[in-house]
Design a protein around this ligand. Structure first.
Ligand code: AMP
Ligand code: MG
Length: 482
């Protein structure tokens, strides 16, 4: 059965957007769905076998109760305020209570033109829809907060980008699609009453504990600051480059949101820029911690009618310590350390510097640490290094730290394997699945999706997915056009 939807956002904040009908595809075809997301939302497994499943999952037929709605928001893109944003090609379909008790919104991306489409066609292409589907599910299985994917529907509709591509729609799922840009819209255009109503809605729906604070709006901002800090720490630790951290792509829930030209690092290049339209490197991998704070500043500015300036500053000042502390804890786990000690910071920093200078693959090198001490010469790591003397120096310090590690050897290995994925969604892997799907074969896509569901566990017969990228697939730059 399809699920019965409610329309909580639209009913309570209907002036922050417009009802819009879906522009359906003539010939929708279901290419992939996530059984985990489906069961979270209460879809039965046979629903996806129904002949009209693709119709429901692409808005040709409406799920019961659904009232499609385009949200209005604004935001800062590459540092410039843009008042004309909003859902230009995606529609909120409604929300449903998940099996975990939380409510989840369903958002159909690629659903056609809306009042906020500007010059866009309202469509999404198969390539970018596959990329968002895979990345959001992969992030979830890595344990990183993210929107989820429910379904991917293809079509024969031609969509013009740099070349002619196939149109597709995917359903994205998360508790809220409210972005920093919703607050910016209320601040710059909507007025203080709208801002207060948005704050009240967010607190009531997502942050009920903030209602008890002396200034609930400040408490809400604080939660967003802390969650964002924790999210960025996880991105940096896993080697994820988002690529378009505009404020309209930042979720107030601190989840990874709006996947575009993202990349998981291959070689450890901190200055890596995955987005080929990002000429200044504003959204480079190592800029992400600073840019997220810049975005939080833009958000805090939007809170200024409700929170005094010194309280805003104090709230923003929590960001850095939270980020650094989370990041260091995560890195200590990845290195197999029992706990993070202040002196580990140098060890971690020198390890990263080594990976950078030796042009080492980030994920594979981290994972190889599991074999470090059983292999007394550390050959598995050492053989990959260009400058073995530099590696030996670091290895001595690591060995010394391990003599003082409260974890037994087996536990250390287990911890490393549980915190360093063997399978990451490298851009070239996604690209291979996309090329096949564009030729009408979704089998490689389904196989890649299956592998990514257990990123930390070695899977028989799947060694190719854990291999370093071929030269053509290294450090791909991805087009922003989607
Ligand atoms: P994005 O780069 O996907 O985060 O989108 C930025 C803004 O452009 C949002 O307001 C989108 O809704 C809008 N947009 C992106 N692509 C299209 C499109 N093909 N048609 C209409 N609006 C679009
Ligand atoms: Mg966006």
């Amino acid at each position: 059965m399809p699920v019965q939807l409610q329309n909580t956002f639209t009913e309570q904040l209907g002036d922050l957007g417009s009802p819009v009908a879906v522009t359906p595809f003539a010939d929708p075809r279901l290419l992939l769905h996530s059984p985990e997301t489906a069961s979270l939302l209460g879809f039965s497994a046979d629903f996806f076998l129904q002949p009209d499943a693709a119709d429901y999952l692409s808005g040709k037929k409406l799920l019961p109760g659904s009232q499609p709605f385009a949200q209005k928001y604004t935001g800062h893109q590459f540092g410039q305020y843009n008042p004309d944003l909003g859902d230009g090609r995606g529609l909120l379909l409604g929300d449903v209570q998940g099996s975990d008790g939380q409510r989840y919104e369903l958002h159909l991306k690629g659903a056609g033109r809306t009042p906020y489409s500007r010059f866009g066609d309202g469509r999404a292409v198969l390539r970018s829809s596959i990329r968002e589907f895979l990345a959001s599910e992969a992030m979830h299985h890595l344990g990183i907060p993210t929107s989820r994917a429910l379904s991917l529907v293809g079509s024969t509709e031609a969509v013009q980008r740099e070349t002619t591509e196939q149109g597709a729609m995917m359903i994205r799922v998360c508790p809220s699609h409210i972005r920093f840009g919703h607050f910016e819209y209320c601040f710059y255009q909507g007025g203080e009453q709208a801002l207060q109503r948005l704050v009240d809605f967010c607190i009531h729906q997502y942050f009920p504990a903030c209602a008890e604070a002396s200034n609930p709006a400040q408490a809400l901002l604080q939660q967003i600051v802390l969650r964002t800090a924790r999210l960025i720490a996880q991105w940096q630790a896993v080697g994820f480059n988002h690529g378009v951290m505009n404020t309209d792509n930042m979720s107030i829930l601190g989840i990874t949101f709006d996947y575009g030209p993202y990349a998981f690092l291959d070689d450890y290049q901190p200055g890596y820029i995955c987005n080929h339209s990002d000429h200044s490197g504003r959204y480079a991998f190592d800029e992400q911690p600073g840019v997220a704070l810049w975005n939080l500043n833009a958000l805090a500015h939007a809170f200024s009618p409700l929170v005094p300036a010194d309280a805003l500053r104090q709230t923003l000042s929590l960001y850095e310590a939270e980020l650094v502390s989370c990041y260091m804890q995560l890195m200590a786990k990845k290195l197999g350390l029992d706990s993070y000690r202040e002196t580990d910071r140098a060890l971690i920093g020198r390890w990263l510097a080594l990976l950078q200078s030796q042009q080492q693959d980030y994920s594979l090198s981290m994972r190889r640490l599991a074999q470090f001490s059983a292999d007394s010469q550390a050959t598995v790591l050492r053989d990959h290094m260009l400058d073995t003397a530099a590696f030996d120096q670091w290895a001595n310090d690591y060995r010394a730290r391990l003599t003082d590690n409260a974890l037994a050897e087996a536990a250390r290995v287990q911890q490393i394997e549980q915190h360093n994925p063997l399978y990451v969604l490298r851009n070239y892997l996604a690209q291979q699945a996309i090329s096949a799907a564009e030729q009408g074969n979704s089998q490689p896509l389904a196989e890649l999706f299956t592998v990514l569901k257990q990123p930390y566990t070695e899977q028989p017969g799947k060694a190719a997915f854990a291999a370093p990228p071929p030269d053509w697939g290294k450090s791909m730059e991805i087009s922003c056009s989607s």
